[in-house]
Ligand binder design. Structure first.
Ligand SMILES: [Zn+2]
Length: 154
């Protein structure tokens, strides 16, 4: 754990990044973007993060890399089944927070063409949810991970 890392703080349940849990195992933690008190959030935006404070993809252990890959794969399938998106995107950027995290998010049907892959969540017509709706979605998504628990390093 790094004291000043926003994602380590999130994993301790502190700070603005704390989001509803979808799945966690020995190596990875999967959460959904949180809804703010008075503003619903884009539905279908997950973060797959290593539990350990590893700064980048190339610093993961083989076990962590496999756990991340499997969680991203299960998460993509879960989002596909639950939200029926046009596409499920995934990206590793990490230029702002040096703790490995992989974005996993959907392009909802009807997203206007002017929204590229990076800003699909800025479409005002996209499905959004308040905290209870996001929590309900996370509970459904969790169900897709459970059959893989044995291979997800629990
Ligand atoms: Zn960290």
């Amino acid at each position: 754990m790094a004291e000043d890392c926003l994602i380590c703080q999130k994993h301790r349940g502190e700070g603005a990044l704390v989001g509803p849990l979808v799945w966690e195992d020995r190596d990875v933690i999967v959460t959904h973007r949180p809804a703010a008190e008075d503003s619903p959030t884009f539905l279908g935006y997950l973060f797959v993060e290593t539990r350990r404070h590893a700064p980048s993809l190339d610093t993961l252990t083989e076990s962590e890399a496999m756990a991340v890959a499997r969680a991203v794969w299960v998460g993509a399938r879960a989002l596909r089944s639950e939200l029926g998106p046009e596409f499920v995107f995934s990206a590793i950027v990490g230029r702002q927070v040096a703790h490995f995290h992989q974005h996993l998010f959907v392009r909802h049907p009807g997203t206007p063409a002017q929204h590229g892959w990076m800003d699909v969540d800025e479409w005002t017509g996209a499905p959004r949810g308040d905290a209870p709706r996001v929590a309900a979605l996370c509970a459904r998504l969790r169900g897709y991970f459970q059959p893989h628990a044995a291979t997800l390093n629990t």
